[in-house]
Design a protein around this ligand. Sequence first.
Ligand SMILES: C[S@@+](CC[C@H](N)C(=O)[O-])C[C@H]1O[C@@H](n2cnc3c(N)ncnc32)[C@H](O)[C@@H]1O
Length: 373
Amino acid sequence: MQTNIIITGDCIEELKKFPGGSIDLIFADPPYNMQLKNPLYRPDSTKVNGVNDEWDKFASFSEYDEFCAAWLKECRRILKDSGAIWVIGSYHNIFRIGNIMLNLGFWILNDITWHKTNPMPNFLGKRFTNATETLLWCSKGEQYKKYTFNHKIMKKYNGDKQMTSVWRIGLCTGDERIRGEDGKKAHSTQKPEELLKRVILSTTKPGDIVLDPFFGTGTTGAAAKKLKRNFIGIEKEPEYAALAKNRIDGITAFFPESCWEEENGEKKAKVPFETLLKEQLIMAGELLYARSGAAAVVLPDGRLEYKDHAGSIHRIGALIQQTPSCNGWKFWCVMRDGKLAPIDDLRSEYLKTRNLAAGGADKKCRPSDPLSR
Ligand SMILES: C[S@@+](CC[C@H](N)C(=O)[O-])C[C@H]1O[C@@H](n2cnc3c(N)ncnc32)[C@H](O)[C@@H]1O
């Protein structure tokens, strides 16, 4: 499937063209049907730049409900059984949407409260300042249990504490906000990247496909690219699609968290890297390769030498990526039979042979032409 693309068109029609069970994660920020009838003014008589766009208007609640049922039905069809969907909304629409989702068979995993740290005041002083939006995170149904949740990653991201379902994040302002030449917001509802970063970091793996049927300025695509995930955006307004493309094409740096991987499944026993040297599964003087093309030399004591630095597989991996930490077992590869093989495979082989106590490791793992230094 073609990924990292923006499709300009109506999402209901476009979603129908996707094969069933093909998408890992959907993030949807649909029209909210805000029903703003009259312009809103501040006490100083300046006009509030609210959401008064044509794309947010529906003739009636039933028309809005029918629209939501149609796109949500297609979303459920195209999700993998292990997939999940996030839908964001405000009090105007999220209860209607939640009801439709439950009726379609979706299963709510969490309702996240986005607590806006810099909300727009209630200018008329007739209600509380509205400072929250809700994100519904749902699997395809109660029986679909294999959805991704990166518990450890989110704990690490949250300073070693479990992250709660209340996320305090500011509205999208400053340099992040896309503006036209007149200085006005290019899109009335551009979401903060931090919100999408948390959504994607918590519920996808690197390489997954994230689809956004209401792409707008492409916040989902920007966060996906920075986290090394693939995206597909659908947006019906060509000018927003163009803004999104421009924004995403301009991204050259990844988030540091893009290389964080959850250790799922079988927990591997701790094996010091130098054990692989002792077992002659790897030789001093051999080169280890990163996917970026960087290479480091294995030293006799099990450390790596890279440029002027020497350190563990983890430390040198982190140095190359310029990240606070790195899982060197996942980061490095060795050349075996003309192909790159992750050093983690050597560790698995070592553990296998040790458990079998069969006297020596599988020959396939041994270096064919070890360089000695
Ligand atoms: C709430 S905004 C999304 C904003 C986006 N999350 C961002 O950060 O820029 C909803 C977007 O959906 C688009 N839209 C509305 N109806 C649509 C439809 N039927 N198909 C595709 N896009 C649609 C609108 O043009 C608008 O850009």
